[in-house]
Design a protein around this ligand. Structure first.
Ligand SMILES: [Zn+2]
Length: 215
């Protein structure tokens, strides 16, 4: 399994989304692999998701709560100090890197807006999921009741003292996002498939959660 791709995505014809597994390799540039290899890994991931565009917009993540909204003017760049990205523009691929932290996508099914969020312990404490919903509402007229959210593979309460799944679900519910999908796949329990910082330490690779509104 090269990509974890939730089944609900098949029902949203304008959206593509998935999370890379460790079989596609490390997706983070500051990792132990050279840039050339990471670029190739990212290209393979895009191919797996049948995404043609070359550019992936990511944030240089700092476990903060800054969320950027992007459009076609900021392609192929890493946004400074950014842990969440929101877009309503087709053809752009937005991604976050994770190894245990929760990769979260919020999807406005009516206005066709997506937010891809990196919610680790600190980001969760800073209520980044709530802030993402609020920005989608303020900037794109998103009504939370028209949204779904998907929590991707991440460390579960079985292996971590903070229940990131429960806390992020609660935050989304409080903002009015009620349809939450979570297959509850723990990265630490399943480290043969997923990178886990907790299980592997500082040299763990990073997976990427990548979303794109189709052209
Ligand atoms: Zn576990």
């Amino acid at each position: 399994m090269n990509v974890w791709r939730p089944g609900i995505i098949d029902e949203i014809e304008w959206l593509e989304y998935g999370v890379s597994t460790r079989f596609l390799g490390n997706m983070s540039f500051p990792g132990k692999l050279d840039a050339h290899e990471v670029k190739r890994n990212r290209q393979n991931f895009c191919n797996e998701l049948s995404l043609k565009g070359k550019e992936i917009v990511t944030g240089s993540q700092v476990h903060g709560d800054k969320i950027a909204t992007v459009n076609t003017s900021c392609l192929d760049m890493a946004l400074p100090d950014t842990d969440g990205i929101i877009s309503n523009t087709s053809g752009i691929q937005i991604g976050v890197l994770c190894a245990d932290c929760v990769p979260l996508i919020i999807v406005d099914l009516i206005n066709h807006v997506i937010g891809v969020i990196h919610a680790g312990r600190k980001g969760t404490e800073l209520i980044i999921a709530k802030k993402a919903v609020r920005i989608m509402s303020d900037c794109f007229m998103t009504d939370p009741k028209n949204c779904i959210a998907i929590l991707g593979p991440s460390i579960g309460p079985c292996c971590y003292e903070v229940d990131l799944w429960e806390e992020n679900t609660r935050q989304l519910n409080e903002e009015g996002v009620l349809k939450i999908f979570n297959e509850k796949i723990c990265t630490s329990c399943n480290k043969e498939k997923f990178f886990s910082y907790r299980a592997e330490g500082q040299y763990a690779g990073r997976m990427m959660a990548l979303g794109s509104i189709k052209q």
